[in-house]
Each structure stands twice: as C-alpha cells, then as structure tokens.
Design a protein around this ligand. Sequence first.
Ligand code: ACO
Length: 402
Amino acid sequence: IDISKLRGSTKGVITLDSGFKNTGSCESAITFLDGEKGILRYRGYSIEELAEKADFLEVAYLLIFGELPTIEQLEKFHSDIKKHSFVDDDVKKILDAFPKAAHPMGVLASLTSALTAFNPSCVNVDSVEDMYNAIVRILGKFPILVAWTMRKKNGLPLYYGDDSLGYVENILKMMFKQPNQDKYVQNPILVNALDKLLILHADHEQNCSTSTVRIVGSSHAGLFASLSAGISALWGPLHGGANQAVLEMLEAIKADGGDTAKYMEKAKDKNDPFRLMGFGHRVYKNFDPRAKIIKKAADEVLSDLGIEDPILDIAKGLEKQALEDSYFVDRKLYPNVDFYSGIIYRGMGIPTDMFTVMFALGRLPGWIAQWREMRMRKEPIGRPRQLYIGETERKFVTIEKR
Ligand code: ACO
C-alpha cells in the first residue's frame, strides 16, 4: 500500500520505522533483490550472468537507460563519455590543497562537489537531453578524480587518460602508470578483475548511499551534488567503508597470531562494540550472491597474479567458522560483498584506504540510474516525518536566571 496517500485520513498518526527496515521509499525498475533467496538482478538480468558476460560500461548503460546497448549505442555512449574525460586544471589546485594523509573518500566527495562549479550546465537539469549531458560528463570525469586521488596519495604526478582505451583499461592506466614508464602494458587479469568488481558493485537498490543520492536529488539539487552526498554516505564502515574495515580487521587478526576464534567470540560479545566486518546485511538473510562471485574471483586473481596472501586464508577461516556458529547462523549473518573485495583490490596494488573509492567508482552508474529514474518519475521531495519525544511547551528563562 502507498501510505503516502493516507495522510488526510490518519489524523496525525504516522508510521515509525527506524532505519527504514520495512519501509519502501520509491517504486523502481532498476534492481531486483530477493534477500531471502539471495537473488540480485539488474533490469532483469542476473548478476552472475552480467559479471560473467558483460563489461562495466555495458552494465552502466543497462542500469541507466534500461536496456543492454547495441554495438552502435555503446560506441556512441563511450565516445560521448570520452569527449568529457578531462577535468578543469583548477581542480588540481583544490586537490593540491588537501594534506597528503587526507582520507581519499573525503577528497573524492569534495572534488565531485567542486565539479559543480566548473560545470554549471549540469546543475539545473530538467530535460532528458540535459540529464544525458550531465551523465556522460560525470562518467568521463569521475575516473579521473579517482585516479588523481590515488596518485596524489602515492606522490605521483597527475595524469590524464588515454582515449584509445576501453573505459576500465583507461582507469587502470590512469591509476597505475608510473612517470618513468614509456608505455603502460595492460594486464588482462587486472582488467577482468576490475570489470567484474565494478559490475558487482554497480547497483543495489535503496541502500544508504543510493537513498541519499535520491533524497538529495529530490530537492532538485544537481547530479554532482547528489553524488557527492552519496559518496559521503558510502564512506561509513557500516556501508561501503566496510571493505577497508575488513582488511584492517584481517590484518589485525594476522598480527595477533591468526586466532580467528578469538575474534569470533569478540564479535558475539554484546558488551564489545566489535563486529565481524564484512558480515551481515540489512536485506540479505541468505548468502550475498555478490560475495560468492567475489570469493571465487579472489582465488582466481591471486593465483593468476602468483600472489599467496595469508589474509585470504584468514578470511576463509572466519567464514567457515561463522557458517558453523549458531550466533551467526541464527542471525543469518553471511559474508557480504565487502568481505572478499579488499583482498582482490590489495592483490591489484590498490592501497587499503582507496578501497571505498573503488566501491564508489563501481556504484556510480547505479547512483546515476537511480537519480535519473527519480527525476524522470517526477518524484516529490523526500521528507520523512518524526515522532517528537522532547519537552512539551516551556517558558523561556533569561540567561541570568538559568
Ligand atoms: N558481527 C557480529 N554481530 C552482528 C554483525 C556482525 N557483523 N552484524 C549484525 N550482527 C548482529 C547484531 O548485533 C544483532 O544482534 P542481536 O539481534 O543479538 O542484537 C543482529 O546481528 C542484527 O543486526 P542489526 O545491526 O540489527 O542488523 P542491521 O540490518 O541493522 O545491520 C549491517 C546490517 C549494518 C550490515 C550489520 O550486519 C553490520 O554492521 N555488519 C558489519 C559491517 C558491514 O560489513 N557492512 C557492509 C554491509 S554491505 C554494504 O553496505 C555494501
């Protein structure tokens, strides 16, 4: 039932649902998720099939426009994106002003918001054409911000992309090309792994960051400002920030002698705020289908790259114990998308505090698709109600008399 229409007949009675655990905020035709059965589909296509057969740009097109592109449509989309694959040089000055130790997510959110100032035509977008222009611009510029954020962190000179490359290949080159390297040679294992990771992260219906993008956008704030808010929401360790937290946790367990059982007990102790990062999900009460694919990919990528990472064994050990532990079984806490992704990112040479930035890169088309859908459907401004539990009316007391 759409209870938003019942306001007139409820005489001030409202529904209260902390954390929106059982409240729909919109109708959407983008992503289908069955948390009980562990099913995830983008526009009707299973995540397993898309991760196996599609590339990230195709999936971005699918999410945003609703259909898989033809070769011509994809070429045009890519060519429109490439036309905007530059960022105003003044943005470099903003980046320069950040301390080197700044968290990349804070930098990325700020730079994404700053892009608004350099692209005023993307602020008030009402028509389908204006939306398209804003969309191809941000898809062109965002990977540059991501790559620059990492290069600044690593003390490398900033570098623009290479138009002759595919979308994902270009991202890798922008991130990893060294100043002393004449030619950056693509490693197909990395291209494949990044493509897959980005696809798996590309949308997940009304999660915290996506709801943020929709609610900010519902005030008709511009796309870039809405995305910047979404990036900030993603940063938290209970959401996208979990991928960084997982790796830090696995490192801590390793440094502590690899005693996974000790950390399992800690996670179960209600007097200890520690949680097993990368476990549990608001919607999945069964295995997160993305985690299954990523676990397999982690094995493949590390073995293809010839990396033996003891952290992977610790992760598998934790998962095995959790599957046999009644605390985790009863609460249906399974590994989520973030549990194994960091291990792959690390194998690829991406620093730990960049993991959530990589998540944002993957989620970008999903945020865009959700923002576009919200605007096209002319949804009303998002404005939840509340149950007031404060003081009743009080008389003001002047400061001398308090
Ligand atoms: N470790 C230990 N216990 C947990 C964990 C965990 N990771 N997750 C949930 N629980 C327990 C809770 O303590 C609670 O126990 P109780 O019923 O005895 O009080 C029960 O399971 C239900 O947990 P809630 O917090 O009510 O579940 P909610 O749906 O609100 O939270 C969340 C979901 C935030 C993902 C939670 O499972 C969590 O904090 N996980 C760790 C962080 C993480 O991996 N986040 C990434 C999520 S995926 C994503 O956003 C991309």
